[in-house]
Design a binder for this molecule. Structure first.
Ligand SMILES: *Cc1c(COP(=O)(O)O)cnc(C)c1O
Length: 433
């Protein structure tokens, strides 16, 4: 049989039938960071585990070292040392940047390392070496809240709600930090509204970082709404299989990208190349994972809302949880997390977690398996009691990160456990009465 001659797609005329220059996010996830595969004659990314590299003369090495210490790329193909640059990490960064509609991305050893680097880089970009002020929009991830409250980084912090950011800004404010959907209440923040306030400061605009971990670049790309930085704990959905830790910050501002790399070189919070390889491998399936889990999350949220043992449900897909219409405008879907309050307080909530069969009682999120955790006792333990109370993070709250199991198995598991837990609590109450 005669096979038709293969045409080089690059030789096709640029007419209306040619694919668009900029593919959609799911397509970027599959192909980004893989442009040179044909040239390299590979189908999986090469993994470079070198800690050091042979140099081609002291002069060239010096030039490359200076450039990298200032946050630039290696010069003349002289990578020098793995804390400065690693090609496998750079590949993942390029891929994630493309998915975020950003020009660059900088990856770190964990989400918290990425948060720390963003705070330190903000000071550098503002031209300071010490001090500085940050506006935090609560609620934030427990670790981020704790880092800011601890004063460890020597930054002054003002907490504000999303619509009072403008009033909290000062002359020395170097960064506004927000998270959406926020952990664990799934509160939605209108990014453009925060950016407008931050830009209106009389002495000049303040950069805004959005922790977009819960949304992933599939559902939300903060730079498209004016944020300077989009941050992820890559440990969650990007890796997606619960076996890799990392963090990443995407930006289109070259000064910020250089500052973020400079901080990484100086503090050493680098992403391991093996972790970068796994994170890059997670990106092609990200859209499929998020879309499947999101469908199940929607079903579970609706059924939980009708369950007699459930007091209330927070889910971005419910109109009452999205007064500003963020879903559909800023976020293309409600996401894969559901937070709910159980009738019967801490005791009932603990029993629900203990009685499950398929759902894993564990912190973290965005894994293939469904995870459940108790925010007040676990992820937000480090947040002050007053802040927890103000944010409505109570003792009967549970946070569910929906995975890829069949939704009917998940529902049977939840329903059974909720019934058993409330029945047990009632029995105990009766026995005590
Ligand atoms: C987990 C998480 C972090 C911290 O990331 P690590 O990888 O655990 O350091 C930051 N922000 C959010 C929203 C998170 O869920």
């Amino acid at each position: 049989m005669q096979l038709p001659e293969r045409r080089d797609p690059r030789s096709l005329p640029p007419d209306s039938d040619t694919p668009r220059e900029s593919p959609r996010t799911a397509t970027r996830g599959v192909h980004a960071g893989r442009d040179d595969f044909a040239e390299l004659c590979v189908h999986a990314p090469p993994l470079d585990l070198s800690t050091t590299y042979p140099v081609h003369g002291v002069d060239a090495a010096c030039r490359s070292l200076d450039a990298q210490a200032a946050g630039g790329p290696p010069v003349d193909g002289e990578p020098i040392y793995a804390r400065l640059h690693n090609p496998t990490v750079a590949r993942f960064e390029q891929a994630l940047a493309e998915m975020e509609s950003a020009r660059e991305a900088v990856a770190y050893a964990s989400g918290m390392a990425a948060v720390t680097a963003s705070l330190l880089a903000a000071r550098l970009v503002a031209g300071r070496t010490t001090g500085g002020h940050v506006v935090g929009v609560r609620p934030l991830y427990g670790g981020t809240d704790h880092l800011l409250e601890s004063g460890l980084l020597g930054l002054d912090v003002t907490w504000a709600t999303a619509d009072r950011v403008g009033e909290a800004l000062r002359e020395d404010t170097v960064l506004v930090i927000a998270e959406t959907p926020a952990n664990p209440t799934l509160q939605l923040v209108n990014i453009a509204k925060i950016v407008r306030q931050a830009e209106a400061r009389s002495s000049g605009p303040v950069p805004v970082v959005v922790d977009s971990t819960f949304a992933t670049p599939i559902l939300q790309r903060p730079l498209e709404h004016g944020a300077t930085l989009s941050l992820h704990s890559a440990t969650k959905f990007l890796g997606g299989h619960g076996d890799v830790m990392g963090g990443v910050v995407a930006t289109s501002d070259p000064e910020w990208a250089a500052a973020l790399r400079q901080v990484r070189v100086a503090t050493g919070a680098v992403l391991h190349p093996m972790a970068a390889y796994l994170l890059h491998r997670g990106l092609p399936t990200l859209a499929a994972r998020v879309e499947t889990a999101q469908k199940s999350a929607e079903i579970l949220a609706r059924r939980l809302a009708e369950h007699p043992a459930v007091a209330s449900v927070r889910f971005p897909g419910f109109a009452e949880c999205d007064p500003e219409g963020v879903v559909g405008r800023q976020m293309s879907g409600p996401g894969c997390l559901v937070t709910f309050d159980v009738e019967g307080g801490l005791e009932a909530a603990s029993r629900v977690v203990e009685n499950l069969r398929w759902i894993t009682p564990a912190v973290s999120l965005g894994s293939t398996d469904t995870l459940i955790q108790h925010p007040a006792a676990m992820t937000h333990r480090v947040v002050s009691e007053a802040a927890k109370e103000a944010l409505g993070i109570g003792e009967s709250m549970l946070r569910l990160s929906v995975g890829l199991e069949d939704v009917e198995d998940l529902w049977e598991d939840l329903d059974h456990s909720l019934r058993a837990a409330t029945a047990e609590v009632e029995t105990v109450e009766l026995a005590c009465a």
